[in-house]
Write a protein that binds this ligand. Structure first.
Ligand code: 1CP
Length: 333
């Protein structure tokens, strides 16, 4: 069994597997080279030959324990026929959402539109570089997808004033998302994804009182579905204040923590396997500081099933040598 599955399924606490969110991406010159010739990001995600190659790029350089498929959470609204474009310096820009059209959309048409994503997973999972390692599939959580679909741009740029007012609209979209997210997850698993991570990057936008309806219940529905397929699920509810409460309600197989979470406190509060935590900015400092911080996390989680990762995606300005040093330091621990 791969090390990551050993940690999650068998609760092993004497091994330290490592993978990094956004490990395939802009900090790697070989990715930037491919990207230069492929300015349309969606088209690149739909090119199974290139997207599988990009997925494997970090595994050729570093001794990582998993491949995370090169795709994007916004392939889902794209599959629902909402326009999605990625603009330099702005990030994703979405078109208007036509809910009546989306409600009528057939599952088969959705799958057809993003089929190369599944083919890429299939290619990756059969590659010899993946032997004894884990192929990770992923989705955006319903809430985070809804944020992009209604706001039509990153909340980092601007959040619509009336965002939280229309409960009816929000609930209608959440129901549609649940249906298509299940289809998307099932197809990833059928093509070789051995773990699913649910990214809820904007869970932190909500007040405590809105978390049950918009985060806990919709995510719990997906977690139960993934468990029914006998596949482990990792949840990443970035920015929420009470991870313990989240774990008790949503019950993922493992929880990925962000860089604002106090690792000592959470190691005592949560029994399930934990992943991540280290601030990606630490990789922009120096090797000594990086080592000190890696050892800090590994020491704190010494007796806890723990998968090494960052507390959010690796930053585009990161020197690949620092990533190399990180992986070696974890492996030498
Ligand atoms: O070259 C480029 O300009 C594209 C940059 C890029 C990359 C490399 C985007 C645009 N997406 C991706 C790949 C990606 N996105 C992966 C697979 C690669 C890997 O992890 O190795 C994954 C898992 C994602 C997930 C994703 N996309 C999330 C959740 C995780 C997170 O970072 O919080 C989110 C919020 C997105 C939306 C998105 N896609 C791209 C950008 C720049 C963004 C963020 C926009 C924002 O700031 O709101």
């Amino acid at each position: 069994m791969s090390l990551i599955r050993e940690v999650i399924i068998n609760k092993k606490n004497n091994i330290n597997p490592v993978w990094i969110m956004r490990q395939a991406g802009r900090y790697l010159p070989e990715f930037r080279e491919i990207r230069k010739n492929n300015p349309d990001f969606i088209k690149l995600c739909l090119n199974e030959k290139l997207s599988s190659e990009i997925t494997l790029q970090p595994l050729k350089r570093f001794d990582l324990d998993a491949a995370i498929i090169f795709s994007d959470i916004l392939m889902l609204p794209y599959g629902l026929n909402q326009k999605v474009e990625f603009k330099k310096n702005l990030g994703p820009i979405l078109g208007d959402l036509n809910l009546d059209e989306v409600s009528k959309l057939d599952e088969i048409d959705f799958v057809k539109k993003i089929y190369p994503v599944y083919k890429a997973i299939n290619l990756v999972s059969k590659n010899k570089l993946i032997k004894n390692k884990t192929t990770i599939g992923f989705v955006g959580a319903p809430w985070t997808l809804l944020v992009y679909m209604i706001n039509k741009q990153s909340p980092k740029l601007k959040l619509k004033d009336n965002f939280f007012k229309d409960d009816f609209l929000i609930n209608r979209i959440l129901i549609i998302l649940e249906k298509f997210l299940k289809v998307h997850i099932k197809n990833q698993i059928d093509n070789g994804a051995e773990i699913i991570q649910i990214f809820d990057s904007w869970a932190g936008l909500l007040n405590e009182k809105d978390l049950p309806n918009f985060v806990f219940i919709p995510t719990l529905n997906l977690v139960e579905y993934i468990k029914s397929l006998k596949i482990p699920v990792i949840c990443f509810p970035k920015g929420i204040k009470n991870y313990k409460n989240y774990c008790e309600i949503v019950k993922p197989d493992a929880i990925c923590i962000d860089y604002e979470v106090d690792p000592i406190k959470i190691s005592k509060e949560i029994k399930i396997p934990i992943q991540g935590g280290l601030d990606p900015k630490i990789l922009l400092t120096d090797k000594n500081n990086l080592k000190k911080n890696i050892i800090k996390y590994l020491d704190i989680f010494k007796d806890h099933p723990y998968i090494f990762n960052l507390g959010h995606g690796i930053l585009p300005d990161t020197d690949p040598n620092m990533m190399d040093y990180l992986v070696k330091t974890v492996k030498d621990y």
